[in-house]
Design a protein around this ligand. Structure first.
Ligand code: FAD
Length: 414
């Protein structure tokens, strides 16, 4: 009998998994479900507020990214019945599956933070983490002339943990370009004890904030956003005043996960084995990307590296073979640093971002600002639509973190 794979979500992970599975398993039926038809290239959201990208440049129809022979169902998901191996859709349809892939990403929940979506929302308080927010912020920034400009991460985990820092660096560059940098006080407010999660990169990125005159406020747990009064209020009663705030809201998993008994943790992320990507709730359920509760970054690069292991393991599962437990948490990320430069970091579950080159002794520099890295960041959009989503293998770029070319002995445990 033909096996049936249902993939929930047609974003980065759902699309690349579906396309890779189509090639690897020509005889299975593959159905992909998503609640809307706008596939957004999310790294491009960073550039929209600064006029470096326009909304129409970063959105494509979802169905067109899926290869022929994949059944696309544009519909919301109501719940998963794990025991019955069924997905219930919002339109009342029921999909039976032999293998389920959860790729529904993470959800922004600004309403979780007191006051955030109250008075001042989309006037003095914005987010660039969705298209509506990034577009509205572009208009606001163009008319911002002076004052206290605050960038705040409410809580971890968030998608692309470096994006708020990149936003600060770009804001510094943007206000310089407009000749008003000395009239804008830039402050980065984070719940972490430094600029970033990984100590080596955190030290370097923290130093770069100082060099650019961006104040860093750490260990700040935002309890309330007072848009009208222009204040972030911490649970410890510290306050950070602002004229304009860019806030990265709390993230959770998709809402239907809470209605699918056993599937998720307290934040509705799917309980997942960090090395095989098989869920802990049932052997025929796998998770990829932001939806999984892994100790890896919620990033497109992570989702990409996971894709190869996921497809291998679904193939093995259907053949009754032992799973491949080799996913090492590999992540890499271009960090835009302003003034047409960027740097690259590469790390995994066990190894810190270190200096050297990627992907091997010859390649782009790691942990170092360069114009080449900035070009790499811009080029990545082409790579996303034409190589990553279609599920093409890229020579030299592997799911396992490469060690050649890295200064591992100096900074890190291999
Ligand atoms: C501002 C910003 C900058 C970023 N920059 C980078 C970067 O430079 N590098 C990098 O590697 N990563 C970056 N990322 C992160 C990256 O975009 C995500 O990690 C990646 O897209 C995750 O893929 P995913 O498939 O898990 O989730 P997504 O691509 O978000 O897809 C999830 C899909 O599930 C669907 N869905 C959710 N709930 C339901 C439901 N109930 N019913 C039906 N469908 C549903 C959604 O519509 C969506 O299509 C950035 C993200 C943001 C927001």
């Amino acid at each position: 009998m033909t096996s049936s794979i249902v993939i929930l979500g047609a974003g980065t992970g759902g699309t690349l998994s579906a396309n890779r599975l189509r090639k690897a398993l020509p005889d299975v039926t593959i159905t992909v479900v998503d609640e809307n038809d706008r596939h957004i290239y999310q790294p491009g959201l960073l550039f929209v507020p600064f006029g470096m990208a326009h909304p129409e440049d970063i959105v494509r129809p979802r169905g067109k990214q899926l290869h022929r022979g994949i059944d696309y169902r544009p519909c919301g998901i109501d719940r998963v019945e794990v025991e019955a191996k069924q997905v219930h859709l919002k339109d009342g349809a029921i999909l039976d599956y032999d293998v389920l892939v959860v790729a529904t990403g993470s959800r922004l929940v600004p309403e979780e933070t007191e006051g955030m979506t109250g008075p001042g929302w989309m006037d003095k308080v914005f987010t660039f983490y969705d298209l509506e927010g990034a577009t509205a912020l572009a208009a606001k920034l163009a008319s911002f002339e002076e004052g206290r400009f605050v960038v705040n991460v409410v809580d971890m985990p968030i998608k692309c943990p470096v994006a708020p820092l990149e936003f600060c660096f770009l804001a510094d560059w943007y206000f310089h370009e407009r000749g008003i940098r000395d009239q804008v006080q830039l402050t980065y407010v984070t719940p972490l004890d430094g600029a970033f999660t990984k100590p080596t990169a955190s030290k370097q990125l923290g130093g770069m904030l100082v060099e650019r005159g961006i104040e860093l406020v750490t260990d700040f747990n935002t309890g309330e956003v007072d848009g009208e009064g222009g204040r972030l209020i911490g649970y410890d009663e510290r306050e950070v005043p602002f004229d304009l705030a860019v806030v990265i809201p709390v993230h959770s998993g998709a809402a239907y996960v809470a209605d699918s008994p056993g599937l998720g943790d307290s934040l509705d992320f799917v309980l997942t084995d960090p090395h095989t990507l098989q869920s802990e709730v049932a052997p025929n359920i796998f998770a990829i990307g932001d939806a999984a509760n892994l100790p890896a970054s919620k990033a497109g690069s992570v989702t990409h590296f996971e894709g190869e292991i996921l497809v291998e393991n679904i193939t093995r599962f259907l053949a009754g073979e032992e799973l491949d437990g080799s996913y090492d948490g590999h992540a890499n990320c271009f960090i835009e640093t302003g003034f047409h430069k960027a740097m690259l970091i590469d790390f995994n579950y066990d190894t810190e971002p270190v200096g050297g080159h990627f992907p091997t002794t010859v390649g782009v520099p790691l942990l170092k600002e360069s114009r080449l890295n900035h070009l790499g960041k811009l080029m990545f959009q082409w790579f996303y639509w034409h190589a990553l989503l279609p599920g093409r293998d890229v020579p030299g770029v592997t799911p396992e973190m490469p060690t050649a070319g890295k200064h591992l002995a100096v900074n890190s445990q291999p």
